[in-house]
Write a protein that binds this ligand. Sequence first.
Ligand SMILES: Nc1ncnc2c1ncn2[C@@H]1O[C@H](COP(=O)(O)OP(=O)(O)O)[C@@H](O)[C@H]1O
Ligand SMILES: [Mg+2]
Length: 509
Amino acid sequence: MATDSVAVQLTGIEKRFPGVIANHDVNLTVRTGTIHAIVGENGAGKSTLMKTLYGMHQPEAGTITVFGEQKVFRSPSDAIAAGIGMVHQHFMLADNLTVLENIILGYEPTKGGRIQYGEARTKLLQIMTQSGTHVDLDAPVSDLGVGQRQRVEILKVLFRGARILILDEPTAVLVPQEVDELFSNLHRLVDDGATIIFISHKLDEVLTVSDDITVIRAGTTVAEVQPKEVTRLKLAELMVGSELPSPHGRASEVGTLVRLQLDHITVAGPGDKHALDDVSFEIREGEVLGIAGVEGNGQFELCETIIGLIKPLSGTLAMEGENITHTSPHHRLMNGLSYIPFDRHREGLLLEAPLWENTLLGRDGDPQFLKGPFINATAAKADSRQVIDQFDVRTPSELVPAYALSGGNQQKLLVGRELSSHPRVLIAAHPTRGVDVGAQAAIWEKLRAARDAGLAVLLISADLEEVIGLSDRILVMFDGCINAHLTPAEATPELLGTYMTGGVQEVAS
Ligand SMILES: Nc1ncnc2c1ncn2[C@@H]1O[C@H](COP(=O)(O)OP(=O)(O)O)[C@@H](O)[C@H]1O
Ligand SMILES: [Mg+2]
């Protein structure tokens, strides 16, 4: 291959952290003008590798060559100067600034010391048209949803002149329509001569959109394949390095005790709309009730109402016969309710805090973690090690901060924490979102085991295969209402999709 047709060449990269070899002997060749996917299990070392390419980490060994020129990046600004841009897994935007201010931050065009907003705007409008990536430049970032924030991050990278774009799990946070749009925009960029490196766990999308695929396992590159040459299963097996666990059957019985009951719950929404409109259902011991729906159709409000963070306008809520409609979230959490929240970064974990403080979160009133009025750190750490162990959280110890874990390991920790308080009702919002196939299978297994032991689970998921595979019954939410009720046997992704977009279920007579 001629060197000018290679955008990035990494050779023998090694990167260590205290107690961890995140990357060793990594070799990667990315052809100019292609979409190159990096796949691998959580903790395999994908983000570390990309941060090294982006100048955020300095490798212990190995070389980085960009467009045929060997480089040493001391910081991201060196990488940016070489034409590399990175959109991180967790966005790094300033909430209090507008979209325009965020994009140009640190790279403001100036004249005589004054920022040339007009010039920046003109350039951005051109970039938006060219890339198909549109956002309201004057909107405050705090008003934007996750999909729009991602577009801001992409525009920021393009504004700085990147010709090589790294996207770390860009689709983990997007709904299907947004994913399609993202990929069509990435294709436009590639047509325009850009090179895209993207990390993903979703093998179907990797197989559809990428030109080349590099598989990383346990810190090193183990295969480079082309989508035509592999099946989804083969790719998954390359990732985990062995044959995959087969999907489980459903053996447990649903009991008779009603653990959670919602009766005619209505919740205020924006304007005079209702976020939830007359929602009723019950979940019994040992039962998983799945909720399918396009995000934003009331699922979030449903969870927050059950937890007690939202007060319903009308209707009642009961746990095992006790009316809890007017009780506090604390009361509910202390009495058998658990919550795997929508956004593990915003609501679930303290990223700066060590793992043992994270596993203690929400359970710090539990006498087993108290010594008089104080936290019994020894007990909390021992408990944390147990969660880490039982839920296969890959980490050197309970003392490392949560941000050092990969997404899948963070999620396993969170699920572990919620299940280790032995709840009787669990709200599981997207329990495996953004995690790889190995971690997903592990989380499913734990949820199934807890269900078999009598747990009632409300499962909210955008992954329809997950909803169908885990649930005993499935409800579809649309526009704050429940508009279909199916068994997993009759549900298909297509049928669910019809109801999710407002199709009405025919009622059997
Ligand atoms: N800043 C860091 N400090 C310590 N360990 C880290 C840091 N970043 C990543 N690691 C560790 O390096 C390994 C690879 O992590 P990562 O590159 O995030 O994996 P992936 O992106 O493939 O999920 C993991 O064991 C992770 O805990
Ligand atoms: Mg990662």
